[in-house]
Ligand binder design. Structure first.
Ligand code: CA
Length: 228
C-alpha cells in the first residue's frame, strides 16, 4: 500500500507542484488549503506524513502542528517562506520533524519525505502476533500454538522461537541465537543453545513428512520454515 501524504498549503502553485511530484513518486496525496480543514482531513484519513505550510490563513501552521502533536507522532515536514529561516528552530522545537524553505527543489523535497517515512517505519512497533496458519506466536502474552494446539515453552525456548520467527527465512547460528535469546549469554556455550533448540523442536512436534518447522541447517544453524 502506498504511503498517504496530507499537504496543507494555501499557495496553489506550491500545492500543485508538491502534489505532482509526490504522485509521480507513488504517494497518495490529499491537498488542503486551510488549517482547520487540514485537521479534519488528518483525523479522518490518518495520513502517514503531513506537509505543513507555516503561513496559512486563519489557523496558522504552528497551531495546526500543536493540534496534531496533541495526539499523534506522525512525521511533519514544515514549509516556510524565504526570509523566515528563524522559524526553523521554532518548528523543530514544536515537534516538526523536518523543515524546508521555499523555494525548494523537487528532488530534495521528495528525498526529505522519503527519509522521514523510512525513519517512521523503522520505529513502528513490531507486530504483536505472528500467525502463518501453522504456527501462532503471541509476542505479548507469549502464547504459542501449532496447528491450533497450545504448546508450553520455557522463557528461553519462547525467546528462541520468537528470534527464529522474527528472522524467518534466515539461518541463525547458535552464537546469534545465544545473543538473541539469552538475557545473560556469558558462560553459555553453543552446545547449550543446540540442546535448547532440540527441546524446542521436540515440543513443537513434527509436520506431516516428519520435518520440524525449525529446520537445522548442518554446519550453519537453524531457520524457521515459513508455513505453506
Ligand atoms: Ca502560505
Amino acid at each position: 500500500m502506498s504511503d498517504r501524504v496530507l499537504v496543507i498549503e494555501d499557495d496553489a502553485d506550491i500545492a500543485l507542484g508538491v502534489r505532482t511530484v509526490l504522485g509521480r513518486s507513488g504517494f497518495e496525496v490529499t491537498t488542503v488549503v486551510e488549517g482547520r480543514e487540514g485537521l479534519r482531513v488528518f483525523h479522518s484519513e490518518r495520513p502517514d506524513i503531513v506537509i505543513l505550510d507555516v503561513g496559512l490563513p486563519e489557523m496558522d501552521g504552528w497551531t495546526v502542528l500543536e493540534r496534531i502533536r496533541e495526539l499523534s507522532g506522525v512525521p511533519v515536514l514544515m514549509l516556510t517562506s524565504h526570509g523566515h529561516e528563524a522559524d526553523k528552530v521554532r518548528g523543530l522545537r514544536a515537534g516538526a520533524d523536518d523543515y524546508l524553505t521555499k523555494p525548494f527543489g523537487t528532488a530534495e523535497f521528495v528525498a526529505r519525505v522519503q527519509a522521514l517515512l523510512r525513519r517512521q517505519h523503522a520505529t513502528d512497533p513490531p507486530p504483536e502476533a505472528f500467525d502463518d496458519g501453522r504456527l501462532q506466536v503471541n509476542l505479548v502474552t507469549h502464547a504459542v500454538a501449532v496447528d491450533g494446539v497450545p504448546v508450553e515453552l520455557t522463557p528461553t525456548e519462547f525467546r528462541l522461537l520468537a528470534a527464529l520467527v522474527r528472522h524467518r527465512g534466515q539461518v541463525l547460528s547458535p552464537v546469534k541465537l545465544l545473543e538473541l535469546a539469552w538475557s545473560d549469554p556469558f558462560g553459555i556455550g553453543p552446545d547449550r543453545v543446540k540442546y535448547s533448540v532440540m527441546r524446542l523442536r521436540r515440543k513443537l512436534g513434527t509436520q506431516a513428512g516428519g520435518d520440524s518447522i525449525i529446520e537445522a541447517v548442518r554446519g550453519f544453524g537453524y531457520r524457521y520454515r515459513p508455513g505453506p
